[in-house]
Write a protein that binds this ligand. Structure first.
Ligand code: AMP
Length: 325
């Protein structure tokens, strides 16, 4: 088949094998025509080494294809997939990384119990039209050891909330994400607003490190009962899972409450309500300027105000947030 004069948008149904002659040629077609081939459930590249990744990316760059990138720690759910779908839709090539990064865990038990399901992740990503998944081992990511060669300048936003509760966490996040950005060289990278503070930190990191990438924030995906989807939800007992929607219920109701009450009273009402739920303990709830992430005392102190919460549900640490203004 001569594809020199054609452009393709090829969508293969999940249950259809690649048409053999097209599959043989599609590398050439892509090269000649800059074609977008979307392979549903087909031909997703599973890349485990940095060397292979660099080769893959170099080829895409040579072909002037835009790269959308979604960094994850795996145990993928519909929250991750909402980012993946955007990356697939908005770019020529969608690359996802699955790597449980030890350097961002300040609690060894949290790292040891972090859920992992590589096979299910691969299946899910292939089904959603991802072009390549990068699944490195720890040595591949950190060939010279996990020690950071420099401290990242992450600004004042890194000193509050998660930064205060999990010392070194954001340095570890900056370390792994900067390395991934340098390897994948994405045009756009997708992050979820569930980790609201993380987005600000990543933006600060790309600015201070001089990495040219558009950071795209995506809304929180929730279960039907309102619980923010999280890989850690898999660790909840049945009882804890039943109670977990209280977190979002309390946040949502507090938006109404905030219209007639002060920042302090709104804060206290949420904390009191959640602390009264069996097995639940609020670690922090901070009502902050959405841009700087620094606490506000008055609702009109900042153009946009967000409440960020972390709650222990048994031993499982859950985070969520809500926009007030
Ligand atoms: P993680 O695997 O937890 O590191 O998450 C990878 C990315 O998915 C991060 O940018 C998260 O913010 C995002 N993410 C995780 N859960 C959700 C969710 N429920 N809704 C939207 N994005 C999410």
């Amino acid at each position: 088949m001569n594809c020199e004069n054609y452009k393709f948008l090829l969508i293969l149904p999940d249950n259809l094998a690649s048409p053999p002659n097209l599959a043989e040629q599609d590398g050439i077609c892509e090269k000649i025509t800059g074609t977008i081939l979307r392979r549903k459930n087909k031909d997703m590249q599973i890349i485990r080494s940095v060397e292979e990744l660099l080769g893959y990316i170099a080829l895409r760059k040579e072909q002037h294809q835009s790269i959308g990138f979604v960094p994850t720690m795996g145990a993928l759910h519909a929250g991750h997939i909402s980012l993946v779908e955007k990356a697939v839709e908005e770019n020529d090539v969608a690359v996802v990384s699955v790597f449980v990064n030890p350097t961002q865990f300040n609690n060894p038990t949290d790292l040891a119990t972090y859920p992992r399901d590589e096979e299910a992740d691969i299946r899910l990503l292939a089904k959603h039209g991802v072009d390549a998944v990068f699944m490195p081992g720890v040595e591949e990511m950190y060939p010279n050891g996990m020690e950071r060669d420099h401290e990242f300048n992450l600004g004042a936003a890194a000193e509050v909330m998660e930064g205060k509760m999990r010392p070194g966490h954001f340095q570890g996040v900056a370390q792994v994400v900067s390395r991934l950005f340098l390897l994948v060289r994405p045009n756009r990278a997708y992050f979820g607003e569930k980790d609201f503070q993380q987005i600000a930190i990543i933006k600060n990191m790309t600015e201070s490190e001089g990495i040219d990438v558009e950071i795209i924030s995506c809304p929180i995906k929730r279960a039907e009962d309102g619980l923010a989807l999280s890989s850690r939800n898999a660790l909840l007992t049945e009882e804890q899972r039943k109670r977990a929607p209280e977190i979002y219920a309390a946040l949502k109701e507090s938006v109404e409450y905030s219209k007639t009450h002060s920042v302090r009273a709104t804060h206290d009402s949420v904390v009191e309500r959640l602390d009264a739920v069996p097995e639940m303990q609020v670690e922090y709830f901070e009502i902050v300027d959405s841009r700087t992430l620094l606490p506000v005392e008055e609702w009109d102190e900042a153009p946009s105000v967000t409440g960020c919460i972390t709650v222990y549900n048994g031993k499982v640490r859950l985070i969520d947030n809500i926009r007030y203004r």
